[in-house]
Design a protein around this ligand. Sequence first.
Ligand SMILES: NC(=O)c1ccc[n+]([C@@H]2O[C@H](COP(=O)([O-])OP(=O)(O)OC[C@H]3O[C@@H](n4cnc5c(N)ncnc54)[C@H](O)[C@@H]3O)[C@@H](O)[C@H]2O)c1
Length: 314
Amino acid sequence: MDSAPVPNPIQTVAVLGAGTMGRGIAQSAAMAGLSVRLFDVSAEALREGHASALAGIARFEAKGRLTPEAAENARERLGAVRDLAAALSGADLAIEAVPESLALKSDLYSRVEPLLKPGALLASNTSSLPIGRLAASLTHPDRFVGLHFFNPVPLMKLLEIVVGPATTEDAVSSCRALAVRLGKEAIVVKDSPGFATSRLGVALGLEAMRMLEEGVASAADIDRAMELGYGHPMGPLKLTDLVGLDVRLAIATALAEELGPRFAPPALLKSKVSRGELGKKTGRGFYAWGPGGASEPDGAAGPGGSPSGAGGST
Ligand SMILES: NC(=O)c1ccc[n+]([C@@H]2O[C@H](COP(=O)([O-])OP(=O)(O)OC[C@H]3O[C@@H](n4cnc5c(N)ncnc54)[C@H](O)[C@@H]3O)[C@@H](O)[C@H]2O)c1
């Protein structure tokens, strides 16, 4: 057991997993002036994730949100490495963003923890897995914390800091300071199923799917109900398409185990996932996605709904 102090401010970050979230976290951290090492088990995912983060920096530069000099510095700070030890060497913080599986994440931690420098923090971007359970086999659960970012990370303001049963105040303070550095607003949430965001967001998404199954309205109209009636920037079904139906299914399944059948995934969600309709990333979910964005959904059309009928809706 080492008793080195928790790094604050955090200067160097390893991002483990270069998928949807990892690449966005890496981009945001590099643009905020941190040194970043992006790692993935898949060479292809690492290459794509790195390229996508660099392209994201270029978009910020093109829009005038980063000076050319700041963009160049961010690009230089953003490294992609295929070796886990090289990714973690000297890192103040490792942020894990691998798929939502307790076994997969725990296995990775058992290899990560011995490679971390004394005092370094380990964080998970999990949407739903209990921080206490993820920390169960760690030597240093006191330095483990949930850092829940939102998609797309460079644009979304919120950072949900999830405090595990053993997480120290120092670790939380360091993460709060990191949020400020990243230009995010932090909320601090007790370790509880789905935290604040996923619990509420998934509840709304699942109910919208049940309404679609029952033919209450079309997907587009259900979304419009929340967008125009409640001021949500995006309806729950379109949001599910962006998050990924597979990701939402995994979260709902985990929440149902913890919180009961009100989070049981609807048949419509399960069938779409089994058909590979995972949302925007596969071109089809509750909407059909093309170069022009989302078009009328193929789900069960309710009153006033899409004329394309109920094909594929159950
Ligand atoms: N997608 C979202 O909108 C969203 C939002 C918030 C949180 N999350 C959470 O973030 C995490 C990642 O989700 P995602 O959508 O980015 O997933 P993703 O499938 O897009 O990416 C995961 C990446 O992890 C890599 N990977 C798998 N095993 C690995 C290992 N052992 N070591 C290193 N890399 C490994 C994969 O090759 C893949 O590139 C999940 O816990 C998810 O619940 C997702």
